[in-house]
Design a protein around this ligand. Sequence first.
Ligand code: UD1
Length: 443
Amino acid sequence: MTVTLAQPPARSPAVATSEWGPEPMEKFVIEGGVPLSGTVVPAGNKNAALPLLAATLLTREPCVIHHVPDLSDIHYMLQILSHLGAQVERASGTVQIKAENIKTTAPYELVRKMRASVCILGPLLGREKEATVSLPGGCVIGDRPIDLHLRGFEALGAAVRIHAGDVKLFASRLVGNRVNLSGKFGSTVLGTDNVLMAAVLAEGTTVIDGAAEEPEVVDLANFLIKMGAKIEGAGTHRIVVEGVAELHGAEHSVIPDRIEAGTFLAAAALAGDDVQITRLDPSHLVAVTDALNSAGHHLEIGESSIRVKSNGAGRPIEIRTEPYPGFPTDMQAQMCALLATTDGLSTVTENVFPQRFMHISEMKRMGAQAHLEGATVIIRGVDQLSAAPVMASDLRASAALVLAGLLAEGVTEISRFYHIDRGYESIDDKLNNLGAQIERTKA
Ligand code: UD1
């Protein structure tokens, strides 16, 4: 079956300005205290799928991407690709894209919905040597600059101009160069993706130092290699690209979503009886499983699965978020939910997005004892959280509130829930299959 892009995704975000017209806001109603057990399977990796879809702009030939999650962010990216002139067909988790003739301008109305749309800059510049894309603004997790992306494009020979809210890139030719993508908070994931996607069609050799080492970057590099790119070192902090004249179509399957899997691990640790997460890559989750082990949770780690069995109360821990392979910032909020009911004093320091603590004030409404000192939150575990109406502020904060609701006493209502549909495919259905009692209702 082919889904036309005129239709909203299965779980469309409840934004009044949506092009599908006003939609009712939804809320989640969670009855806490029900132990989880059973098996759950994470979807394809959102943060890998988004740049992979953008990379299809690099060729005129058709590309096929499997295991694409059904998320509103993915739908936005497909809309942007359609707007740029690509033919997009989606059938279940498989997306076929043919970007034979493309435009190079993406307007604010489309890109404002999702910050990650910035990753079309690299492929547009690589293929067409020009791009005009609306500049992403900040978001609740903090300032979201793209200076490192732009530094990389400039190093390849592009002129960069910011005008009327747009980033405009232009190059008569792109020439390989050395570029260092290390910033104040480490490397940049989408910045590495962007420079990589421009460099594959540049003349000569590009050396990206301070490259992000995330598995999502490796997945993108593997896809680009299938398309004919010459790339070495993906997954390390130095990536070397030998530019080629053109790329061809390719087929690829997106890696499993390590953050969704990690969220289920945290859910299992805090509310689980016996939960198995399958079809994941445990090597992508070492920092998370190490943290859970240190916190006293018993994990059975298989080749492509992890089982968490309840063994009573955990121990307090110290977590510091860092770029991969360090503890992921995208798991910080979920761990705060777990530590909120872990006896003793835990600390969580956010080194990637120092302001990313919107979930803390909402968790405090549920009885969590936590206070912020700069980019560190100090959490004293309580025996029990109590249900309260709370508000989701961003994707991972929403996930943390769901976890808190799973073990709170009473009925938790989470409003502004559309955030979670950006990054979790049917999280309510998946948790309900494990025994949770979550209802999605009109707010
Ligand atoms: C990606 C992920 C996001 C995750 C983040 C960090 C996607 C779609 N999103 O976002 O879920 O939380 O990695 O793992 O893949 N920075 C600069 N200048 C830049 C770019 C970034 O200073 O040009 C800073 C950021 O403000 C932040 C840090 O670098 O402090 C890391 O950001 P970055 O890795 O770029 O995040 P994203 O790639 O946008």
